[in-house]
Design a protein around this ligand. Structure first.
Ligand code: NAD
Ligand code: GLY
Length: 356
């Protein structure tokens, strides 16, 4: 097992990564102080993994809340539904919530944990690649609003993150690819060596080699923990983790949540960000081609929906959380392994790229 710590003073916590953690009692030992927990999961994950988790929670008083599946349910309606069930099940301030599922369940459960009785403990048990390498770590919790993604939320850190990479074996191929977008993101913004490693080991990853998956999840969590420890509330370096997200959120909102997967939209958004970088002479043609090739290699879309032009993108991007004083801030690579936050993108560059 590998363990990474997110260092945040008294709110520090471990991320444990291995095969088989979901059924191991040790994974949750000393984590549920009051002996009372409520697992929040969904209709897809429950039949796959709830029993394994319950066996690891033997001796704990556990109740279960099961939600409908999908990004379209990451909303205030489901927030209220979970809260109602917590009240009906007599959850108290010392009840621990356990998020068993992908990023949708993790973000929603984390937000409920942040708000219920002004904050109760929660544990992330991510079961998708995207949630294992990104959303379960760092304490961003939220639900969507029809006018914008993740618009209602809080920074609220979990007590621990338990990652069982065996759960990736049941993940649909399209969801695996979506997770790879966030994996590639770390290579582009932070770690050129890791990017090269991904190029060299793409096939083993697509074949779901446990050894390779463990390394990928470990390295991504290590990078994310380092960034979050330096900048928990995204005043600086953490914004780099949003590479591809400004364009990506516009695609997700335009297409309707759930039609393009979050990771697919991020993958396409990273291609657009790389094209901006190339047009500004910040990266070479060969770096641009390597980025697009790796994104395409994992079967991610590299072209935005045909009807989406500059005007449509801008309309959605005005609602982005990175808009400050009316200016949209973009994350743009300056090399493989480096990126910057900038609002200085000439409109004609954006028009050329988004209209073509
Ligand atoms: P998801 O939670 O919708 O999961 C994808 C699909 O896989 C769902 O149908 C789910 O039920 C199913 N599933 C989950 N685990 C499975 C398994 N082991 N086997 C088979 N099926 C399984 O999507 P996601 O990609 O995990 O997360 C996307 C969400 O994460 C978005 O809402 C996005 O905004 C959010 N996100 C948050 C952060 C953050 O920092 N909080 C970062 C990135 C993304
Ligand atoms: N996924 C972006 C962040 O956690 O900051």
């Amino acid at each position: 097992m590998s363990t990474i710590r997110v260092e945040l003073g008294e709110r520090s916590y471990p991320i444990n990564i291995d095969s088989g953690l979901l059924t191991s009692k040790d994974s949750f030992k000393d984590q549920i102080q009051s002996g009372k927990a409520i697992v929040v999961t969904n209709e897809i994950v429950e039949p796959l993994y709830l029993n394994s988790l319950l066996s690891a929670l033997d001796g704990v008083d556990v109740k279960v809340v099961c939600l409908p599946d999908g990004e379209q349910h990451k909303n205030l309606t489901q927030f209220e539904a979970v809260t109602t069930q917590l009240l009906e099940q007599h959850a108290a301030r010392d009840t621990t919530l356990i998020a068993l599922g992908g990023g949708v369940i993790g973000d929603l459960t984390g937000f409920v944990a942040a708000c219920f009785q002004r904050g109760i403990p929660f544990i992330q048990v991510p079961t998708t690649l995207l949630s294992q390498v990104d959303s379960s770590v760092g304490g961003k919790t939220a639900v969507n609003h029809p006018l914008g993604k993740n618009m209602i939320g809080a920074f609220y850190q979990p007590k621990s993150v338990v990652i069982d990479i065996d759960t990736l074996k049941t993940l649909p191929a399209r969801e695996f690819a979506a997770g790879m977008a966030e994996v590639i993101k770390y290579g582009i913004i932070y770690d050129a060596e890791f990017f090269s490693w991904l190029e060299e080991n793409a096939q083993a990853l697509k074949d779901l080699s446990s050894e390779h998956l463990k390394y990928v999840v470990h390295r991504c969590c290590e990078i994310k923990a380092e960034i979050v420890s330096k900048d928990e509330k995204e005043h600086g370096i953490r914004a780099l983790l949003n590479l591809g997200h400004t364009f990506g959120h516009a695609i997700e909102a335009e297409q309707g949540y759930g039609n393009w997967l979050h990771g697919e939209a991020v993958g396409c958004g990273m291609v657009l960000a790389a094209e901006v970088a190339y047009n500004k002479n910040w990266i070479s043609k060969s770096d641009l081609e390597r980025m697009i090739k790796l994104i395409a290699l994992f079967d991610l879309p590299i072209n935005a929906p045909e009807h989406m032009n500059y005007d449509i993108f801008m309309q959605h991007m005005q609602h982005d959380k990175k808009v400050l004083s009316g200016a949209i801030r973009f994350i743009i690579p300056t090399a493989i392994g480096k990126a910057v936050v900038t609002k200085d993108i000439e409109p004609d560059i954006l028009q050329n790229i988004l209209n073509s």
